[in-house]
Design a protein. Structure first.
Length: 252
C-alpha cells in the first residue's frame, strides 16, 4: 500500500451513517509500504484504474476539492488541497462555533507514529475517507495485488433502479498485518459501466452478507484528465457530493 493507505476506509464509511461526516476507511499508517505497480494488478482492476485516468498521476501537481455530505441537523463540508508529490495535505472546515479551522501536514511524516496530535490524526482519517469517495480507483492502485480479493461476477442487476452492469467484488485483507486496517475484511461490490467506470457500489463492513450502504456514482466530470463522480445518492435520502474540484497538472 502507498502513502495514502487504505486502512481507515471503513471506519469513516460507518461514520457516514452515524455522523454523516466520513465514508469508508481501510486506511493504514504504513505509508512507506510499496504499492503494486498498476501493470501487476489483476486485469479487471487495471481497467477500473485506467478508466478513471488514475493509472498515472505523476503529472498532477495539486488536487483541490470540497467534500459534502447531507445530514439531518446540517451538512458537513470539508475543503481539501493535496499535493501528491510532497504528500502535503491542507484542510479547512467549520469549527464547533462556525469559525474556520485550517491545518496542514505531510502524510509521510506522521505515518506509523503513535505520538501524532489528535487533530492531525483525525484530519488524516477524514482525508483518507473523503479522497476515497472521490478517487477510489487511485486507492485501489495502492493496494498490494496479492492481498486484494477480486471476484468478477459478470453482468448482474443494478442494486438501485433498473438495468444491469458488470459486478466486481473487491475484498480488503482480513487482518491488519495484511493491510486490512482498523476494520479489516471490508467488501465493496462495484457495478461498472461499459467503460469500467463505477455506476454504483455496495459497501459491506467486514464482509457481512447485507450491505451497510448502497449508493450511486453520478455526474461524472473530466477534470485534469481524471474522471470523477461528483454526486452519490440512494433512495433512502443519502446524498454525498463534491464541488470546487480542481486538478492542477504539468500539462495545464
Amino acid at each position: 500500500m502507498n502513502c495514502f493507505n487504505i486502512r481507515l476506509l471503513t471506519l469513516c464509511l460507518l461514520s457516514v451513517f452515524m455522523i454523516a461526516g466520513c465514508k469508508t476507511t481501510p486506511e493504514s499508517d504504513a505509508s512507506g509500504v510499496a504499492a503494486t505497480p498498476v501493470a501487476q494488478q489483476p486485469q479487471i482492476i487495471q481497467k477500473i484504474i485506467a478508466a478513471s485516468g488514475m493509472d498515472d498521476i505523476s503529472h498532477v501537481i495539486e488536487i483541490r476539492f470540497t467534500f459534502n455530505v447531507q445530514r439531518k441537523n446540517g451538512n458537513v463540508a470539508r475543503k481539501w488541497t493535496w499535493r501528491p508529490r510532497e504528500d502535503k495535505v491542507t484542510l479547512s472546515y467549520p469549527g464547533p462555533t462556525g469559525e474556520m479551522v485550517s491545518l496542514s501536514y505531510i502524510r509521510s511524516e506522521i505515518a506509523g507514529k503513535a505520538d501524532v496530535a489528535t487533530n492531525i490524526r483525525m484530519a488524516d482519517r477524514w482525508f483518507i475517507n473523503d479522497s476515497f469517495w472521490l478517487m477510489m480507483p487511485l486507492h485501489l492502485s495502492w493496494q498490494e495485488a496479492a492481498k486484494l480479493g477480486v471476484q468478477d461476477h459478470g453482468m448482474t442487476d443494478l442494486p438501485i433502479g433498473s438495468g444491469q452492469a458488470k459486478q466486481v467484488t473487491i475484498t480488503f485483507p482480513s487482518s491488519d498485518s495484511g493491510g486490512g486496517g482498523y476494520t479489516p475484511g471490508d467488501v465493496y461490490d462495484l457495478y461498472l459501466d461499459d467503460e469500467y467506470l463505477i455506476k454504483q457500489w455496495s459497501f459491506r463492513k467486514g464482509g457481512r452478507d447485507k450491505p451497510n450502504l448502497t449508493n450511486t456514482f453520478e455526474a461524472y466530470a473530466t477534470i485534469g484528465d481524471l474522471k470523477l463522480a461528483m454526486n452519490h445518492t440512494n433512495p433512502n435520502g443519502f446524498r454525498l457530493w463534491f464541488n470546487d474540484v480542481t486538478v492542477v497538472t504539468d500539462n495545464k
